[in-house]
Design a protein around this ligand. Structure first.
Ligand code: G3P
Length: 217
């Protein structure tokens, strides 16, 4: 399973990249706004910087909602760097735009996916990635990991090549469950990635080793 970091914060991207296990980055308009990035030039520069920091797929989301806007914006985003993946919302126009980019050899990430039916449409349009938002599904009283399992089963039976990118990850357990359920990628906040490191028995065991090492001279 690939690890992406779900942020536009450069320090967090750098910290995750320094671990040596980072395969890419996902952003969205909310994450860009959180970093105070605004205006076309600043957004373009921010994506360039991220592409220079991380050698992997970098999802850059379109802001427009019509087919024409998404195609125009997506072409401009894809021109920033060869690793840019155009992130497009799951709408009727979005599906048409994904098909356009598939036909033109540009990678896409279909975002805001909350059902197996939407995941089938994204795969039919040739999306490189499909992004089910598992945390938001859990928040609404459903089970996000079950959706990952269902999409993984459908894609396997049908031979779809679209990669399942589990998004809206809330904690380390989500990452483990998504790995078990067949996600190809998890895009995670830094805290959730670092949460995988933690176990109290590791801390206790290390403290003892450090203590005993002192006896070794
Ligand atoms: O990038 C899309 C997704 O990961 C958003 O997560 O935490 O806003 O539900 P969240």
């Amino acid at each position: 399973m690939k690890f992406f970091i779900d942020t536009a914060n450069l320090a967090q991207i750098q910290e995750a990249n320094d671990l040596g296990i980072l395969d890419g980055v996902t952003t969205n308009p909310s994450l860009m706004a959180k970093e105070g990035i605004s205006g076309k030039d600043a957004i373009t520069q921010h994506y360039k910087t991220i592409c220079e920091l991380v050698d992997g797929d970098i999802s850059a989301e379109v802001l427009g909602t019509s087919y024409a806007e998404m195609v125009e914006e997506g072409k401009a985003l894809a021109a920033i760097h060869p690793n840019i993946v155009v992130k497009i919302p799951m709408t009727k126009d979005g599906i048409k735009a994904i098909k356009y980019f598939t036909d033109n050899g540009i990678k896409t990430n279909c975002t805001l996916v909350f059902s197996a039916g939407q995941a089938i449409l994204a795969a039919k349009a040739g999306a490189s990635y499909v992004s089910p938002f598992i945390g938001r599904i859990d928040d609404s009283g459903w089970n996000g990991v079950q959706l990952i399992e269902q999409i993984a089963a459908i894609y396997a039976v049908q031979g779809f090549k679209t990669e399942i990118l589990a998004a809206s990850i809330r904690n380390a357990n989500h990452i483990i469950s998504c790995a078990e359920a067949g996600a190809h990628v998890c895009t995670c906040p830094l805290d959730s990635i670092l949460g995988l490191l933690k176990h109290p028995l590791t801390d206790i065991g290390l403290a003892k080793f450090i203590d005993d090492a002192k006896k070794l001279g």
